[in-house]
Design a protein around this ligand. Structure first.
Ligand code: NAD
Length: 485
């Protein structure tokens, strides 16, 4: 769709938003809940389309896409009224005044999304935006537009205001046109280099934005890690969605004392995975989205093996046609290899041996990206303490990936993985303007010592007041007395 079509979509969305914003939060939540239920009612049709368009195994289409979307929708539908309720803020100095924060929708939210979670990414942000009272114009990835259009069809069939949610399909230029079409807020999910351009465009137009960019999640396998659990976590975390996950396990730092056993078990598990077309039967690892992504995987493997890494499992395109790549475990890796430092976004898990957990932590933090990270240890207290020192938006101990679908907690990155958060109560509020309304608790009358005229008496009263507050007094009555004295 060209710039004119995008502009028309934004204008329609803006008109629809005015009526939508007049509904109470509870009413908007109720309507969103109907859409969430429609997703579940039509899950087989959605899963089939996701599987055909993006090449995902059915289990992933159901768990990571359809049910994850519905869970987010239901959660915010129920919790939004509480989260967006006006909030009173305790004022330290101006005790005689009452400050209340109100959350007002921003208007039209533009969503620009990638292909790797073609239903979940758009719908996660759609639920947040509309429950907060906004309209949405979505620009899905050019390689997965059908799923977005199917979601729009279900939205309309569920009886929600059709113009409130618009889908504009096209390449990057359509996304750029969306930012230029007068949106009030932008949530971008995609690669770092595109994110830079999108953030630049938003900056020029002073459009607030959230940037959900790439990841390079480290997995720290501590000396006391449970081998079976860690191996399974690394294999599932690395190969789910054929490794095309922004929070996928992209590098393992294995303590020397367990490395050999861990690598051996990872290889066994990897070799047992069934790779292939999900439309032709049950598989564990589906397709790679497009040929370019296979080229990236091969380039990483070439670079790593040239520098001494060993291909312990997989390592090649699968023979017999189609865009399939064998799940690959690389051992003997180090930070001179791109596979340990650059985003892979394919089914490769490189393992580097380290002599201590501290060394693992130090390497984990040597990255320009910081989205998710993982720590495996039998000691929960130690694991939590180590996790708190990893430079990432989220760190899971003895688990992988699951936080991407936890609506209660913020999701997002630091460093070049982006800024802003989706999910969690703050992200719902971020979809709003915060409006501070300030009223009187105690009337000062027209004789306010802070106002004109400036007099010695006024200055001395102000000094007295400040003394009260800084001196730990500050009770409402005392402040009132001081101001009136
Ligand atoms: P991409 O950056 O190529 O594209 C993302 C979206 O941006 C697409 O819809 C694309 O059409 C659009 N786009 C491209 N150029 C644009 C422009 N100039 N202006 C506006 N929009 C433009 O990313 P991708 O290949 O679709 O997805 C893979 C990347 O997404 C990976 O790097 C991955 O790590 C990242 N990702 C991040 C998260 C997260 O939550 N942090 C989640 C999923 C994927």
């Amino acid at each position: 769709m060209d710039a004119t079509a995008v502009r028309v979509a934004v204008e329609k969305a803006r008109r629809a938003q005015r009526d939508w914003a007049c509904l109470t939060v509870a009413e908007r939540g109720h309507r969103a809940q109907i859409f969430a239920e429609a997703l579940i009612a039509r899950e087989e049709e959605l899963c089939d389309l996701i599987s055909r368009e993006a090449g995902k195994p059915m289990q992933e289409a159901f768990v990571h896409e359809v049910s994850a979307s519905a869970i987010v929708g239901q959660y915010f539908a129920k919790q939004a009224e509480r989260m967006l309720a006006p909030r009173e803020v305790n004022l330290t100095l101006a005790k005689h005044r009452k400050a209340t924060l109100h959350y007002a929708p921003r208007g039209v939210v533009g969503l620009i999304t990638p292909w790797n979670f073609p239903l979940f990414m758009p719908l996660r942000d759609l639920f947040l935006a509309v429950i907060a009272g906004n309209a949405v114009v979505l620009k899905p990835s050019e390689v997965t537009p059908l799923i977005a259009l199917k979601a729009k069809e279900l939205w309309d069939q569920a009886g929600l205001p059709s113009e409130l949610f618009q889908v504009v399909t096209g390449y990057g230029a359509t996304g750029a046109a969306l930012i230029d079409a007068g949106i009030d807020f932008c949530v971008f999910t995609g690669g770092v280099s595109t994110g830079r351009r999108v953030a630049g465009m938003c900056g020029e137009r002073l459009i607030p934005c959230v940037m959900e960019l790439g990841g390079k999640a480290p997995l720290i396998a501590c000396s006391d890690a449970d081998i079976e659990l860690t191996a399974r976590g690394a294999v599932y975390g690395g190969f789910a969605n054929a490794g095309q996950v922004c929070i996928g396990v992209e590098r393992v730092y294995a303590h020397n004392s367990i490395a050999e056993r861990l690598e051996k078990r990872m290889v066994e598990l990897t070799q047992s995975l069934r790779v292939g077309d999900p439309q032709k039967g049950s598989v564990d690892v589906g397709a790679i989205i497009f040929p370019k992504q296979i080229d990236v995987a091969e380039a990483h493997i070439r670079d790593a093996t040239a520098k001494g890494a060993h291909v312990a499992a997989g390592g090649r395109r699968r023979a017999g046609g189609g865009q399939f790549f064998e799940p690959t475990v690389l051992t003997g890796c180090n930070h001179s290899m791109t596979v340990m430092t650059e985003e892979i976004f394919g089914p490769i898990v490189p393992v580097m041996r380290v002599s201590s957990d501290e060394e693992a932590l130090s390497f984990a933090n040597q990255s320009h990206l910081g989205l998710n990270a993982y720590v495996f240890t039998k000691d929960r207290t130690y694991g939590a303490a180590l996790a708190a020192r990893v430079e990432a938006g989220s760190v899971l101990v003895n688990d992988v990936l699951t936080n991407g679908g936890m609506p209660e907690v913020p999701f997002g990155g630091i460093k070049q993985s982006g800024f802003g958060r989706v999910l969690g109560a703050d992200s719902l509020r971020e979809m709003c303007h915060v409006r501070h309304v300030n009223t009187e608790r105690v009337a000062l009358g027209s004789d306010n010592p802070l106002w004109y005229p400036y007099t010695d008496k006024g200055l001395s009263r102000t000094r007295k007041l400040l003394g009260l507050v800084l001196g730990g007094g500050g009770l409402l009555a005392r402040v009132g007395r001081a101001l009136r004295s």
